[in-house]
Write a protein that binds this ligand. Structure first.
Ligand code: HEM
Length: 571
């Protein structure tokens, strides 16, 4: 049986190859090496949840009616009998209660969306904290960033489709945000909604964007993203023998093909279990959209929560001055513009351009294929933690009513706490994280120079007591010394040796300041000279019998480290 299957498979492959010549490409791709690390699976989770989104999306599209025409409900749901609603809402109820498997598919689709966005953000954090965005992957970072924005757009457009009271109010907020844009805002809002909000064309428009435009763009960009991963080769974590010029890993076929195939079903399975066990977006409890019944406890999906939180955080008045101005007949709403447009604009702008900002401060033009351990880039790690805390505070403020209710706190006190926290916590966490990273680097130096403590105390012939230290093995030594040692850029003197003023001094000084911010506090990796000195020191200990045996045992590891240093110097 097995032989028959093999023969049939070989025959089919031969048939296709003779007509397309694809065999050479398949051979090339299947031999491609990929490094291994659990964190590389995060991008895959995003990819597989997107596939689940497409599959479940096709199913529910068959039953959803993107229409804002009003009907009176007369389906099986008692609580909605006789209620006026749009066809979009009615078809969502129909799908949930009358189509076999419809509710499960809706739930699978929604849980997959939450998993997709979460996986993207965590994957992005992995890429950020390990410096995987450095040359030559800056463009792929930008492609990924666009995918992240598109995933927010996909989520938001989908969330709005059922036309329930929650999503309708979300759209109402977006309408307000758009209108806060000076001069253009009201025109953009009229254009989006085809007149005054909510109008009658919004759901069909959102539907087209949600099932065609946004997924089409995501598909195209995912293809480009993965092509670039292939082209650049995957990065690898530091370790024995890994340099910026090689790839240590396993071939795509059969190892990763088998793993990836299996992993898709694991992701699908987890989403299906979540969907089967945990209700999500029970729109029949909320009711159809109506602007009047907006209540406490209404939150958007997690990825949009920060906008809601930013709006709740912003006061309408500051020091007795209103933040809504009337200028030449136009209203300028700083209380909406700042939290919902300007701050997210700056936040996402920094994120999109981060690879270039850091490269500029570094001044390092080399390609980076070995990842940084977060501790070896203390400033970047601090920035990452500060950005995450900034987001978290906004998300918590977006749930301020729920927190206040749950913990019996005053909503106003909570809001004031978050108002202060947004200024205090991110810089504080930046500082703490950076100090922890520097501390860990110092510990690495200690370990490389003196080895691991063993708790074994030995007495020398002349009476001195020492603790025996166990040297690091080859892998660990590489891990702890193989990182870039970047010194801050220094601006040249303002005047050259002929007394002529150098051009672009302002930029150079700014660059020097930025570079100092990044690299002034740093712990340098152990140099070969320091290592030799430490060896020399240990040699005196080796004079004791116990030490001698130990030193012999460790000779191999020392040799490996020397080779490692030689290789690093060559790079
Ligand atoms: C639809 C969303 C996305 C999908 C499906 C996706 C998928 C993947 C996959 C499968 C990989 C290879 C495995 C890995 O390193 O995790 C990868 C690598 C990469 N991704 Fe994404 N990604 C997405 C979004 C993003 C975002 C938002 C960013 C950053 C802004 C990003 C930046 C990168 C970079 C720079 C690499 C190369 C990493 C390396 O070689 O170490 N991706 N992506």
């Amino acid at each position: 049986m097995g032989a028959k299957i093999n023969k049939a498979a070989a025959g089919t492959a031969n048939y296709v190859d003779e007509r397309t010549g694809v065999g050479a490409l398949v051979k090339f791709l299947s031999r491609k090496l990929f490094p291994d690390h659990w964190s590389f699976m995060l991008g895959e989770v995003a990819l597989y949840s997107f596939v689940v989104l497409l599959l479940s999306g096709v199913f529910i599209t068959a039953y959803f009616e993107p229409s804002m025409t009003f009907v009176t409900y007369d389906g099986p749901l008692e609580t909605m009998q006789g209620v006026e609603m749009s066809k979009a809402f009615e078809s969502t109820l129909h799908m949930s209660f009358e189509v076999p498997g419809g509710l499960l598919m809706r739930q699978i689709h929604h849980w997959a969306a939450l998993m997709f966005t979460a996986a993207i953000v965590i994957h992005m954090a992995r890429v950020f904290f390990t410096g995987a965005f450095r040359k030559p992957r800056e463009i792929n970072w930008l492609v990924g960033f666009t995918l992240m924005i598109l995933s927010l757009a996909a989520g938001f457009t989908g969330y709005s489709l059922p036309d329930d009271v929650l999503s309708g109010n979300g759209l109402r907020i977006i309408d307000g945000v758009v209108k806060s844009i000076p001069i253009l805002g009201s025109y953009i809002s009229y254009w989006l909604f085809g007149g005054e909000f909510p109008g009658e064309i919004l759901i069909p428009r959102l539907f087209t964007a949600h099932i065609l435009l946004v997924p089409g763009l995501i598909l195209a960009l995912v293809a480009l993203h993965l092509f670039l991963v292939f082209l650049h080769k995957h990065t690898q974590y530091p370790g024995g023998g890994r340099t910026h010029k090689n790839v240590v890993g396993l071939p795509l076929f059969p190892v990763y093909t088998a793993k990836a195939g299996g992993f898709f079903f694991v992701v699908f399975g987890i989403i299906a279990i979540l969907a089967a066990l945990f209700t999500i977006n029970p729109v029949w409890n909320y009711g159809p959209y109506d602007p009047s019944p907006v209540s406490a406890g209404t939150q958007p999906d997690w990825y949009i929560l920060f906008v809601d939180g930013a709006l709740r955080l912003m006061p309408g008045w500051l020091g007795g001055f209103p933040l809504e101005w009337e200028i030449a007949g136009y209203t300028l709403s700083w209380n909406i513009l700042v939290p919902a447009v300007i701050v997210p604009g700056i936040f996402f702008g920094i994120l999109a351009l981060y690879p270039w900002i850091e490269a500029w401060a570094t001044g390092d033009r080399g390609e980076k294929h070995v990842l940084d351990r977060p501790r070896n880039a203390p400033t970047r790690t601090g920035i990452g933690v500060a950005l995450i805390s900034f987001y978290m505070i906004l998300a918590l403020e977006g749930s301020n009513d729920i927190i206040a209710n749950l913990f019996h706190l005053s909503l106003n006190d909570l809001t004031w706490t978050f108002r202060i926290a947004i200024f205090v916590v991110p810089p504080l966490l930046f500082w703490i994280t950076k100090r922890i990273a520097l501390g860990l680097q110092r510990k690495d130096r200690e370990l490389v120079l003196h080895g691991h403590e063993t708790g074994r105390i030995v007495r020398h012939e002349h009476g001195e007591y020492i603790e025996v230290h166990e040297p690091l093995d080859e892998q660990e030594l590489w891990l702890r010394v193989n990182y870039d040692n970047i010194t801050p850029f220094e601006a040249p003197e303002e005047f050259n040796e002929n007394g002529v003023r150098r051009g672009g001094m302002r930029w150079k000084r700014f660059k020097a300041r930025l570079s100092r911010f990044y690299f002034e506090d740093r712990v340098e990796p152990v140099t070969p000279a320091e290592y030799a000195e430490a060896q020399h020191h240990h040699a005196s200990y080796a004079a004791s019998d116990e030490g001698l045996a130990e030193a012999e045992e460790n000779a191999d590891a020392d040799k490996a480290l020397d080779e490692g240093f030689a290789q690093l110097k060559k790079d």
